[in-house]
Design a protein around this ligand. Structure first.
Ligand SMILES: Cc1cc2nc3c(=O)[nH]c(=O)nc-3n(C[C@H](O)[C@H](O)[C@H](O)COP(=O)(O)OP(=O)(O)OC[C@H]3O[C@@H](n4cnc5c(N)ncnc54)[C@H](O)[C@@H]3O)c2cc1C
Length: 349
């Protein structure tokens, strides 16, 4: 039997395309189909799927959709019904979806309904001696597993940042829209609003070229015996604004807000990098006033080029965890860096 792949995605918040992770996952699904000599069908869910489908027309793939006001927002019952209907329509051997929070919530339930197997947070798909092999990380990126399964359907969700995004010229797409009627009990959960932490500034930028990490040292007493938290805030915010970097934090720093210490107002637990935090993917990283402990640095697994600024020449970064360590005062380094960036921006403006 040839391997038919169903690629599943949901429309993004703008209603005109898909989340970035979905275009990356589509790239992986198309690559896999070429290796397996299989086919890809695209299945979309959202209030109106046509505009998003148009962005995928150049794939030449058959397209299915489930749409309407009932499918506008993430909800287990309606999303599960929609993607189950699309799976029953094409009976795929392999289902591939981006690991967005909306789909991650639904895929295990889908697997149960289809008597399928499911593996989540996959980082790559390839053929190993002709056998489909999915890889994922365990124990916060310390162990990599290569998974092969005989069971079909096999449902796989792919993490973001693991494959180049597919792109093609938009064109009118022919979408076969499936009618899915929901029973009353599938509509009991209602979407009300999106709540986000009020951190004052948008500091998490997954697409940034640089990850800038602040550690607890920024709020500690400095050589004059005083803390300089307001100065630290403006140095960091100026740098983020001028460089476009994304902001990460160490656990010690983000925890301080709960310990009644002077804190950086824009830093929340969402910024935390490490074993109990995030594992962001950026080409470069710059760590400041952070010691470079193993539970923190494990979150740097996918940062390609690492630099750190620390007063302590014997800090964790010095022991092979950074490519370059500047033994220096981060307040002075960042002030100099900001003035260089401002001068560069002034000449290019
Ligand atoms: C199970 C477990 C899970 C954990 N998970 C995480 C995690 O997910 N993420 C995480 O970050 N940590 C995690 N930790 C905590 C981790 O071990 C460290 O305690 C933490 O990362 C230390 O944070 P820090 O380096 O900011 O602070 P500190 O250890 O206090 O280091 C501050 C540093 O700032 C430097 N400094 C001070 N002033 C300046 C200056 N002016 N210029 C330059 N440098 C200066 C000092 O030299 C010092 O090295 C975990 C720990 C455990 C046990």
């Amino acid at each position: 039997m040839s391997d038919n792949i169903l690629f599943l995605a949901h429309v993004d918040e703008s209603g005109t395309g898909l989340p970035k992770a979905a275009y990356e996952t589509l790239g992986a699904a198309l690559d896999l189909a070429a290796q397996l000599h299989g086919t890809v069908t695209i299945g979309l869910v959202g209030e109106d799927v046509q505009a998003a489908a148009n962005t995928l027309a150049a794939t030449g793939a058959q397209m299915l959709g489930v749409s309407g006001a009932d499918f506008a927002y993430p909800r287990y019952a309606s999303d599960a019904a929609a993607i189950e209907a699309m799976c029953r329509e094409v009976s795929p051997r392999i289902v591939i979806a981006p690991a967005t929070s909306r789909l991650q919530r639904v895929l295990p339930g889908l697997a149960h309904r289809l008597k399928a197997c499911v593996d989540t947070h996959i980082s790559s798909l390839s053929l190993l001696e002709g056998v489909l092999t999915a890889k994922r990380w365990f124990y916060r990126q310390r162990l990599e597993a290569a998974i092969q399964r005989q069971a079909r359907p096999w449902i796989l969700s792919l993490d973001s940042g693991c494959h180049a995004a597919w792109s093609g010229a938009p064109a009118p797409a022919d979408v076969h829209v499936l009618a899915v009627s929901l029973p009353a009990e599938a509509k009991r959960t209602r979407f009300k609003c999106v709540s986000v932490p009020n951190t004052g500034a948008q500091t998490i930028r997954p697409g940034a070229a640089l990850l800038f990490v602040a550690g607890a040292g920024w709020c500690k007493k400095q050589s004059d015996g005083q803390t300089h938290v307001r100065e630290a805030e403006s140095l960091i915010l100026d740098f983020l604004r001028e460089s476009g970097a994304s902001l990460g934090g160490s656990k010690s720093l983000v925890d301080q807000s709960g310990e009644n210490q002077a804190v950086l107002g824009f830093m929340s637990h969402l910024n935390q990098v490490g074993q109990t935090g995030a594992t962001p993917r950026h080409p470069k990283g710059l760590s400041t006033c952070c010691h470079g402990e193993e539970p923190h640095v494990v979150g740097w697994r996918f940062i390609n080029e690492r630099r750190a600024v620390n007063l302590d020449p014997n800090c964790g970064w010095a022991r092979g965890k950074a490519d370059v360590l500047y033994v220096a005062d981060a307040f002075q380094v960042m002030a100099k860096l900001n003035s260089l960036l401002a001068a560069k921006l002034a000449t290019t403006a």
